[in-house]
Design a protein around this ligand. Structure first.
Ligand SMILES: [Zn+2]
Length: 384
């Protein structure tokens, strides 16, 4: 993948200027999720990046033509697009409501927390965040102090990981949401330390950026994704646009950012959105931010090889070039089955793995969940 193409298309690096809440007071303003503030003079974007060039187009769903042929699905479970809900600045008073929404619709959300604010009324308690992780939600880094200038950017990124992993035993921090508010702080003469993608890359496998664009599936900028607003109800992010091969959003990743959502009207709107997603779950992968970026990185680094395919079994090997201690998520591999196979059972290195059958134009395919570098995968026919 030509990274330059991707970065030219993306918005200029404006992570120091996003309107993400810099203080509790700002965080409580529901309008805070609006777009970027204009960067102050001297922080103007590299002009080469302001000429939009489209990202590489995502392919449609692949349907391998011959029995025994296989391919890695663009998204988990061969969904058309990916979707993540992220919640910034701890926003602790809303946690019970989000838990209720998660339970009601079966979705999981990502909290990007400012670790040194835990223990305040708006910052929540470690007990709350432990509970969220136990429930399958995710708690990741929004730095230690929201870049408030008391420490270096390296410490902001590093200490947030330490804080979370110390207070939520067994939990791992892999991703970051860059704090915004630099422009506001400078205007007010308050200290602020700038974000740094290179430093972030030392500590994180992915980071949510500031640009208000859909994150492309192909050529994904792992360390500065886009982010948007609204659950497929915003003009720029309708569900149709993600399903339309002619649209820039096609098969992309819609990442929604929330701060405080205390207003009844706002909660009603979010719930309508969650219902919409539920209705279209066959096409939408609702994943944690960490999972989606990990899936994309593994998929982009993976090699799939079918070792054997005959009427008795299909065997493939899935490898990647990444650190197996971190990148351990299953990828979905689609395998065209022999016509006589009604059902399948699948194993990786002798252990059962999930495989489900889908049909397309009279042919059957197995969607097999396999982790790269964890051994050969064998698929055998089984009773339907
Ligand atoms: Zn923030």
């Amino acid at each position: 993948m030509n990274r330059n193409v991707t970065f030219r298309w993306l918005r200029p690096l404006a992570i120091g200027t996003i309107a993400c809440a810099a203080t509790v007071a700002r965080a409580q303003d529901p309008g805070d999720m609006a777009g970027d503030e204009a960067p102050p003079a001297g922080e103007r974007a590299d002009p080469r990046w302001t000429m939009p060039a489209p990202p590489p187009r995502a392919p449609p769903r692949d349907w391998p033509a011959k029995p025994g042929e296989a391919s890695i699905c663009l998204w988990r479970d061969d969904k058309m697009l990916a979707f993540s809900i992220t919640i910034d600045d701890n926003s602790a008073p809303d946690i019970p409501w989000w838990i209720e929404m998660g339970n009601q619709y079966g979705f999981r959300f990502t909290w990007f927390i400012i670790t040194r604010r835990v223990g305040t009324a708006f910052g929540g308690t470690w007990e709350q965040f432990r509970k969220l992780v136990e429930m399958g939600h995710d708690v990741q880094s929004h730095t230690a102090t929201h870049n408030a200038g008391s420490m270096t950017i390296e410490d902001e990124y590093r200490l947030a990981i330490e804080d979370i992993e110390k207070n939520i035993p067994g939990h791992r921090v892999r991703v970051l949401a860059y704090p915004g508010g630099a422009a506001v702080r400078r205007r007010r003469g308050q200290p602020y330390v700038n974000n740094d993608v290179e430093v972030a890359a030392k500590y994180y496998i992915g980071a949510r950026g500031a640009g208000g664009q859909t994150t492309p599936a192909i050529g994904m900028p792992y360390l500065r994704t886009g982010r948007g607003a609204g659950i497929f109800d915003h003009e720029r992010w309708t569900l149709n646009s993600f399903l339309n091969p002619g649209h820039l959003n096609y098969r992309g990743w819609h990442i929604v950012i929330y701060h405080t959502v205390s207003a009844a009207r706002q909660r009603t709107g979010i719930e309508e959105g969650l219902r919409r997603v539920k209705e279209h779950e066959a096409d939408i992968w609702v994943g944690l931010f960490r999972e989606v970026v990990m899936y994309a990185r593994q998929r982009d680094a993976a090699t799939l090889k079918v070792d054997r395919a005959d009427a008795r079994e299909i065997v493939f090997t899935l490898t990647d070039t990444l650190d197996d201690a971190i990148f351990d998520l299953p990828l979905t591999v689609k395998v065209r089955l022999f016509d006589a196979w009604q059902g399948v059972s699948a194993q990786q290195a002798g252990k059962p793995v999930t495989a489900r059958i889908v049909e397309h134009e009279g042919a059957r395919f197995a969607l097999v969940e396999a982790v790269p570098d964890r051994g050969r995968v064998t698929i055998r026919p089984a009773a339907h």
